[in-house]
Ligand binder design. Structure first.
Ligand SMILES: [Zn+2]
Length: 292
């Protein structure tokens, strides 16, 4: 066991064994934005063994109010978000191996990283890809932390984290909008037909909402905290935490998982049998992301 003084204060909380468990942990993080960059900083400081980050976008000027590690002189255009995260991780803790995957979730590269990992953290903007990621993680029995900042309406702001580990998930804890998922998985033609009948749904035009660093910071810390306690064995992680920034509260979700959940029970750990690779055979999902 090789542990340097760098982790002395960590070890005082969760022991050398806990630190070693972090060292042996491989994490895939999907979505390197304001939230994902803050979580990556925590992962580097904690001293995990390896981080895969899946992100296909470059930095733009509107990211600068919240992207941890971005510097004022990083050229725009010309700086990939993965370059910033790689530098952040390397300069924070060179012990941590880093692999950036410059593609979206719907690629063999992304699925391979997930399968190689012990933990998955999702920082996605929409319920469609979030549902796919949750299903992939269930099939391969990967504990999955879904982190989201949320500003649903004027005067309401915060976020939540939801941990899926075979006993409760985004689906059975009612954390997903099934209409959003259905629209996301639909082909372009199906989307056009639906829009012709029902009109274009609110939010489908891809407008960006508010996003600020303190909200991301709180949600990122909640995610990193539950990851840390789970990996080190300090305590069992909390399944669902909701941060309400507008009332200064963190609430613990009290809903119980559904005992007959298709994903927790039917999909968990069945691997190739779940055929989550069918999403890789839906080229419209990847194209939609590339055209976004
Ligand atoms: Zn479930």
């Amino acid at each position: 066991m090789i542990i340097s003084d760098r982790y002395d204060r960590n070890i005082r909380l969760f022991g050398a064994e806990g630190q070693q468990k972090l060292r042996e942990t491989v994490v895939t993080l999907i979505g390197a934005g304001g939230l994902g960059s803050a979580i990556c900083q925590h992962l580097a400081l904690l001293g995990v063994g390896k981080i895969f980050v899946i992100e296909d976008e470059s930095l733009d000027n509107t990211n600068r109010n919240r992207f941890i590690g971005a510097r004022a002189d990083d050229p725009i255009p010309g700086t990939h978000k993965l370059d910033v995260i790689k530098r952040l991780v390397r300069e924070t803790n060179p012990d941590v191996a880093f692999t950036g995957i410059p593609y979206c979730l719907f690629t063999i590269e992304a699925f391979s990283a997930i399968r190689e990992s012990n933990w998955v953290i999702g920082c996605l903007d929409h319920d469609g890809p979030r549902a796919v990621l949750a299903e992939v993680c269930a099939a391969y029995a990967k504990p999955y932390i879904d982190a989201a900042s949320d500003v649903p309406e004027a005067g309401v702001y915060g976020g939540r984290i939801c941990i899926t580990n075979g006993d409760g998930c985004l689906f059975c804890l009612n954390q997903l909008d099934s209409a959003d998922i259905r629209r996301f998985l639909a082909t372009d033609e199906e989307q056009r037909n639906e829009a012709a009948i029902y009109g274009v749904p609110i939010g489908a035009l891809g407008e960006s909402g508010p996003a600020v660093s303190p909200i991301n910071g709180v949600v990122a810390s909640l995610a990193a905290m539950e990851f840390m306690v789970a990996v080190t064995g300090l305590r069992a992680p909390t399944r669902l935490l909701e941060y309400r920034g507008h009332t200064s509260k963190v609430l613990v979700g009290t809903d119980m998982p559904k005992p007959d959940c298709f994903y927790c029970k039917g999909t968990w750990g069945i691997g190739a049998e779940a055929d989550v690779e069918r999403y890789l055979r839906m080229p419209h999902l990847r194209q939609r992301r590339e055209n976004a």
